[in-house]
Design a protein around this ligand. Structure first.
Ligand code: HEM
Length: 497
């Protein structure tokens, strides 16, 4: 009798739990029906496998249910906001500018909320203010940064020349170290050799992690208990292994600074942070500690390298399949820069086609189609819907760059859309590759300079052809946190002076 009562109670409890787990909050945005425990995850998985990309699966659901789409994966409520008007308006709302918390987002910070990418409140505001101030002090947006990138590019062009004398160039990986160097000089005060094996290993891990992750944090964020049941299959073991590589790499950089403090002024961002730690004087609201420094450097490393590397990868991928554009850009550079010197940022105002081409590449290949996930920091009313506090919010940047209300035939590659009637470059505010509002990318200036200088210098010095010894380059990129080009190889030949 006792067992029967326990069974009935348990059964009733499970039924009630399942029932309530499927009930949507009042006025929650429209979306597919929810099943107990998994929400509408299965529908997403089916669409993801049909359309091959997370953003296309979500775009498909938005077509069915509308531009404010309400989902639930496991225990995580997710709202996806699409179209330029809605994305722009809501990116500017403070209450939608939090970042999600959860197992996956904390895994990179040893289970804590540290760094800049996935933090809120004081930790985020102090870290962001500190980073922006010191990146500027150590060069960002200043002539010092442009000079550093120019020197890096000279080294890189020599490096490309050496490889191309006897081999084809692996364009999907060749930018790794050079791009990181432009950032690392400001963070740690030194650059790496292109052959540095330890760094090559770490950068390989960066490529792997971006591919294995999705913007919503993946299965482990929505069903964290899986790490106890299937640690290998759920990706938990891999996640920890990858993060240990990062912690050790960046930890070594910090140790070098600690063992060799500056004689006078800080030399780089790590020095400046260590100085803040030593000046802390027991202030409880002060977020400067060693763990925060480690995770801040990790965040900058991840956010700053992979994005620029993959944008450059996409540019040359596109050029290899559309060589007519290579000719157009080279002709503009030849007429403005000439053949006797390298392009510099001072040339930019006289290179409207090149600038329009770069802007269109960033629109057409929107590298982070779902941006970085946001979170509702309180209950939010959006149109007639209510988004509960704690909901993960995705801003669909792909829908922005393809919004037919603002772009004519957005599926076509057409740099002309960034030119005015007189053929001058026209910045178009409907394109948001770096986001908007207080979470807007803080490396935009560095990224823009690096993209322009790497791109123009390479096409100025080299002609390029697809390697006949490898598969033809594929415009379909790998899915992941960012879209990254699949391996492709080009034969580079030096242009005549
Ligand atoms: C082509 C290159 C890049 C692209 C397309 C890009 C794009 C983005 C986007 C879409 C966001 C999210 C904005 C949001 O949450 O609403 C972001 C955030 C961020 N980016 Fe970039 N980014 C690039 C390069 C860089 C570089 C070079 C750095 C390094 C200094 C950087 C550092 C960051 C950081 C730290 C954040 C988080 C900001 C915060 O949460 O407050 N990014 N980026």
């Amino acid at each position: 009798m006792l067992y029967l009562t326990i069974f009935i109670l348990l059964f009733t409890f499970v039924c009630l739990y399942c029932f309530y787990d499927c009930v949507k909050p009042k006025n929650y945005p429209p979306g597919p029906a929810w099943l107990p425990l998994i929400g509408c995850f299965l529908i997403f998985v089916r669409l993801r496998s049909k359309y091959e990309y997370t953003y296309l699966a979500l775009q498909q659901l938005a077509h069915t249910y509308g531009p404010v789409l309400g989902l639930k994966f496991g225990n995580q409520k997710i709202v996806v906001i699409s179209t330029y008007d809605l994305v722009k308006k809501n990116l500017l709302r403070d209450e939608l500018n939090g970042r999600p918390d959860g197992f996956f987002f904390r895994a990179r910070a040893m289970g804590k909320r540290k760094g800049i990418l996935f933090t809120d409140g004081t930790t985020w505001s102090q870290s962001r203010r500190f980073t922006m101030r010191h990146l500027r002090t150590f060069g960002m947006g200043q002539s010092a940064m442009k000079m550093q990138i120019t020197i890096e590019i000279q080294e890189f062009i020599n490096h490309l020349q050496k490889i191309s004398e006897h081999d084809v160039v692996p364009m999907h990986r060749v930018f790794d170290v050079a791009v990181l160097n432009s950032l690392w000089l400001m963070i740690a005060g030194h650059r790496f050799d292109y052959e540095d094996e330890k760094l090559q290993q770490v950068l390989k891990v960066v490529h792997d992690i971006f591919r294995s992750m999705n913007t919503m944090g993946g299965l482990l964020s929505q069903m964290p208990f899986l790490r106890f049941i299937i640690p290998e299959l759920s990706g938990y073991n891999e996640l920890i292994r990858i993060h240990k590589v990062f912690w050790s790499f960046i930890g070594d950089e910090i140790k070098i600074h600690e063992n060799n403090p500056p004689e006078n002024e800080p030399r780089d961002l790590i020095d400046a942070f260590l100085l803040e730690i030593s000046n802390k004087n027991g202030d409880k609201d002060n977020v400067f500690d060693r763990e925060n420094l480690l995770i801040l450097c990790l965040d900058l490393f991840l956010a700053g390298s992979k994005t620029t590397i993959d944008t450059l990868g996409s540019i040359f991928l596109f050029l290899s399949l559309h060589p007519e554009w290579l000719g157009v850009i080279q002709a503009e550079l030849d007429s403005v820069v000439g053949r006797s010197r390298a392009p510099t940022e001072e040339d930019l105002p006289l290179l409207p086609i090149t600038e329009a081409f770069l802007a269109e590449i960033q629109r057409y290949f929107i590298l982070a189609p779902l941006g970085v996930p946001h979170c509702a920091s309180e209950d939010v009313i959006l149109n007639e819907y209510r988004i509960p506090k704690g909901t993960l919010v995705l801003f669909n940047l792909y829908s922005v760059e393809n919004d037919e209300a603002y772009w004519d035939e957005p599926n076509l590659f057409r740099p002309r859309r960034f030119l005015d009637e007189r053929g001058q470059f026209r910045r178009n505010n409907f394109s948001l590759p770096f986001g908007l509002g207080k979470r807007r990318c803080l490396g935009e200036q560095l990224a823009r300079s690096a993209l322009f200088l790497f791109f123009t210098n390479i096409v100025h010095y080299f002609d390029m052809k697809i390697s006949t010894d490898h598969d033809k380059p594929d415009l379909k990129c790998y899915d992941g946190f960012t879209l990254s080009p699949k391996p492709y190889y080009l034969k580079l030949t030096k242009r005549s002076e």
